[in-house]
Design a protein around this ligand. Sequence first.
Ligand code: 6GU
Length: 251
Amino acid sequence: MRIDILTLFPAMFDGPMTESMLWKARDRGLLDLRLHNIRDWTTDPHRTVDDTPYGGGGGMIMKADIVTRALEGVLSDSASVPPPVLLMSPQGRLFNHRMAVELAQHERLVMLCGRYEGIDDRVRALMVTDEVSIGDYVLTGGELPAMVIVDAVIRHIPGVLGAEGAADHDSHADGILEGPQYTRPVEFRGLRVPEVLQSGDHAAMQAWRREEGLRRTWRNRPDLLRTAPLSDADRLLLAKYAREDAEARKR
Ligand code: 6GU
């Protein structure tokens, strides 16, 4: 997969994009990540990328002509199908697991990072296919969100993770969270690894993991339970947690 990132701060990507899994993906030729400095498309001596907003309000807005020229320059060598052009923005659609899986199906992605107070909206209107946010808070720029999205997306490219299909077992892959994990020693500061995980009984371990995943989801992310695919056994467990909760509150 090829990913082109347009930013005013390409150096921000140096650390995260050259370590660990991202590096392995690039090293194995599975990820062709290219950074582009938007300032390289300026033509004036001051290399101006922004200007004051119409209607006032303070802050600076990235100029439509510069950003459009940068995007067109980067897109000019796209072979046949035009790639998705993602705008990183707190006004975007909330990024999630499903979007990561979907984006991983593309041969190529283009990501545009805004800074300052934003980008002239005509860039979005003319060039952007998807406007994406990573959460309900405001960051100073789209660079960190772009790194988050690259990481989440490339995990779904075959060969990037060690064990094939390991991403299928992640939290969120089947709509609920993953349960707890342990490694040696079997006892640490009085806390023991649950017996079932030492039993070698695969069906029992699977049932236990499901139950613990459901318990975590119930406690930390009850919103996920509205859309997660649940079995009758799952629903019985959730009813039990609800009863336990009600009991605990009475005491
Ligand atoms: Cl994509 N950009 C900015 N600036 N802030 C954000 C965001 C994006 N997602 C959440 N907050």
